[in-house]
Design a protein around this ligand. Structure first.
Ligand SMILES: Nc1ncnc2c1ncn2[C@@H]1O[C@H](COP(=O)(O)OP(=O)(O)O)[C@@H](O)[C@H]1O
Ligand SMILES: [Mg+2]
Length: 398
């Protein structure tokens, strides 16, 4: 069968062709809305599957997967061998497969090896780093596979860091491009001109020019230089330590962070869905290991736990969150990061939370400090609690 006559793919426009020719192993494509990112992703995925490869496609949500999944099915219908709608898996007569995942699927990529991953709308998932480093990257090892990150920008997040890797000469197997919507000859220039008139300048620049705008609502800026590549360290008797503990409420995580008196983060633990007795024993083990007193969130649910930890012999500084107490706690963390008084472990969840944590003016004239809706702030809170006891030179608690 001549597959080229059976399967009709859109002919790539010049900018898409340019990108495809320049591709490396890890490819980051930051382009305006409607540039043709998904069309290019489909072209890459389909060609690879026609060659008999195992290909995976991911997007932040099912909604964002639905159209590429449907388009792939209809484009490939003459050569589909089997489709599993349950697994979003299309198998071709060529032996190639394309499977579709959401980035927050706990089984993402599990048990498979892939020749190619296409990650569409990559910047719009808060767990891109965890998904890529923890689940996707390992599935590319066997076949020495490639990955593509396609997205419009979303501030200074992990997608932006990948983009910068692609621009740097230090990472020869990363390549990145930044192109405006106007590179797509199928989009009428008047549409773009109308959007420019209708949208705030910032939004237009981000969505149509693909500029990485610093999110004006985020409070921790330029803190990436505080991240070190040190591993979690052992207790050192010449240092004193302080722990910060954010206790899980219903859905979220318990986080234990420990800093030494130099402001270096030496320990981090994050977990959820544990019984209270397990939570308590993990806290005790960590604090005892470093002989660390702990600043602990004692708001609401925290109280009974605080009592149990105290009776186990830990030194605790209970902290109660109110609209008044949160602001100075967070501001003080921001200042210490800006003044380079803290160095942080390289922990994807923590970095992501710091990147997205917001300070938003409320209609009542106050400022609300929190993670964006639907996201977590436990790492930030635990860090802020521990950092609150870090003075200029020595721990201020001693
Ligand atoms: N090579 C192409 N040939 C024809 N139409 C294209 C091509 N690339 C993109 N388009 C069209 O441009 C529009 C935007 O493409 P899409 O891939 O959805 O953009 P993005 O994913 O960047 O938002 C769609 O209508 C698509 O059909
Ligand atoms: Mg798209």
């Amino acid at each position: 069968m001549n597959l080229n006559t059976e399967i009709r793919l859109p002919r790539l426009h010049p900018a898409q062709t340019h990108v495809k020719l320049e591709a490396s192993r890890f490819n980051i494509l930051a382009c305006g809305r409607r540039w043709g990112k998904t069309v290019l992703g489909l072209d890459l995925a389909i060609h690879s599957a026609l060659d008999g490869n195992a290909v995976a496609w991911a997007a932040p949500t099912y909604k964002l997967l639905a159209e590429p999944y449907r388009t792939t099915q209809s484009l490939l219908s003459p050569i589909v061998k089997r489709i599993s709608h349950e697994d979003h898996r299309i198998e071709l007569v060529t032996g190639g497969t394309i499977v579709f995942w959401t980035l927050n699927d706990i089984n993402l990529g599990r048990g498979y090896k892939y020749k190619l991953w296409i990650i569409d709308e990559a910047a719009h998932s808060p767990n891109l780093q965890t998904a890529f480093e923890g689940s996707i990257r390992p599935t590319l090892v066997d076949l020495c596979g490639d990955a593509w990150f396609l997205s419009s920008p979303q501030g200074h997040n992990y997608f932006h860091r990948l983009f910068l890797k692609g621009q740097s000469t230090d990472h020869h197997n990363y390549m990145s491009w930044q192109m405006p919507t106007a590179s797509n000859p199928y989009i009428h220039p008047q549409e773009i001109a109308d959007a420019k008139d209708a949208l705030p300048d910032r939004t237009f620049r981000q969505e149509f020019l693909a500029e990485f705008a610093q999110n004006k609502d985020t409070i921790f800026q330029n803190f990436h230089r505080n991240i070190t590549s040190f591993p979690i360290s052992e207790a050192n008797p010449s240092h004193t330590y302080i722990a910060g503990i954010d206790l899980a409420k219903v859905q979220d995580y318990t986080v234990i962070t420990i800093l030494n008196d130099q402001g270096q983060q030496v320990y981090f633990d994050r977990f959820r869905r544990q019984s209270w007795s397990q939570v308590i024993s993990r806290i005790i083990a960590a604090c005892q290991k470093f002989r660390a007193p702990a600043v602990i969130d004692a708001t609401g649910l925290g109280d009974p736990i605080v009592e149990q930890l105290q009776s186990a012999g830990l030194t605790l500084f209970p902290f109660r969150f109110t609209s008044l107490s949160k602001e100075p706690l967070i501001q003080s963390l921001a200042v210490k990061l800006e003044q380079n008084k803290l160095s942080l472990l390289d922990i994807p969840e923590q970095t992501q939370e710091l990147e997205s944590f917001q300070a938003i003016a409320t209609p009542g004239g106050g400022i609300k400090y929190s993670a964006p809706p639907g996201q977590h702030d436990d790492c930030v809170i635990a860090l802020a609690l521990a950092a609150s006891k870090i003075g200029n030179s020595r721990l201020s608690v001693f």
